[in-house]
Design a protein. Structure first.
Lengths: 196, 112
């Protein structure tokens, strides 16, 4: 029964061209990869686009994958991490982010209802997280969305467990400072602008 | 001094703990749309099935060599059989001619 296969067994079969074995891996990781990318990009459309690219790339290179102490999940997250980093780089050229005291973050995000139903404050915190440097964003998403340990996050981000722990602590301090300073994060919708 | 530091550390730790709880509640899993998940799966698994039917260049080369070899052997065997049959036929014809000659040679003796 294919569903009973471990990741390694399914991977070995998928590498030989067994499409159903690849389908098993896909079913296992699609939600997790999508979640990671969604919280990194902030909108459904780009999350779907990048998630597709992750699995297409994984399928293309699956025969080259060798377990060098990096489990399959970490490999998939790394692909996702790199694609999101490229996406941010491309989008940073397009997006206008005002870095004044009251941060105005332009967001034409396609947000699912579960996010839209949250308070503006919560949405603001999510956008604040998105404004963090990439490695800190990635760390928070992997910790709070994927519930990975520091060691697992270290494998994905190619850092030691200690470095992750330290980065995490600094990230929390930085977030606390931003929130504590009373910065207001105003979400611009449909091109509206608000002058403080 | 030590007491102040201890108190500050304790306060920091509490505040960070509260922030962690906030983030825990905030980062809820978001389910991808079913149509997207199914569509991508069909695209990937379907593509994999197509890939199963295609051969790598080296496999194709080996396959062609095998097919060519088998075909060559078959043709050679058929040609050989044909040659044998032809030879047997020729032998048969020669035998028939000989028989005819013999019967022709015997015939005048009978008349006489």
């Amino acid at each position: 029964m294919l569903l009973d296969l471990t990741d390694e067994e399914a991977l070995a079969l998928a590498a030989k061209g067994d499409s159903e074995a690849f389908g098993v891996l896909y079913d296992r990781y699609i939600d997790r990869i999508y979640n990671y990318i969604f919280y990194r990009t902030g909108n459904q459309h780009d999350a779907e686009d990048l998630t597709s690219k992750v699995f297409i790339r994984a399928m293309k290179h699956i025969s080259n994958y060798t377990d060098r102490g990096v489990p399959l999940s970490a490999w998939l997250y790394r692909i996702a991490h790199n694609l999101v980093a490229n996406w941010h780089r491309d989008n940073s050229r397009k997006q206008d982010v005002a870095l004044d005291e009251g941060m105005w973050i332009n967001s034409d995000a396609e947000l699912p209802e579960s996010i839209l139903m949250r308070s503006e404050k919560d949405q603001g915190i999510l956008l604040l997280v998105q404004s963090l440097p990439e490695d800190r964003q990635s760390l928070l998403v992997l910790k709070f969305v994927e519930h990975l340990s520091n060691a697992e996050i270290g494998q994905i981000m190619d850092k030691t467990e200690g470095a992750i722990k330290s980065l995490y602590h600094r990230t929390l301090l930085s977030l606390r400072e931003e929130l504590g300073n009373g910065n207001k994060y105003h979400i611009l919708k449909n091109g509206e602008s608000k002058i403080p | 001094m030590k007491l102040k530091l201890f108190w500050k550390k304790s306060k920091d730790s509490n505040e960070l703990g509260i922030l962690e709880n906030q983030l825990d509640i905030l980062f809820l899993p978001v389910a991808p749309q079913i149509e997207f998940v199914q569509g991508l799966r069909n695209e990937l698994v379907g593509d994999s099935k197509k890939h199963k039917l295609t051969l790598s260049p080296s496999k194709m080369r080996n396959g062609l060599i095998w097919v060519g070899g088998v075909a060559s052997v078959f043709i050679m065997v058929m040609a050989g059989l044909r040659a044998i049959i032809t030879l047997l036929g020729a032998v048969g014809i020669v035998q028939q001619i000989n028989k005819q000659n013999q019967s022709t040679a015997e015939a005048p003796l009978r008349i006489a």
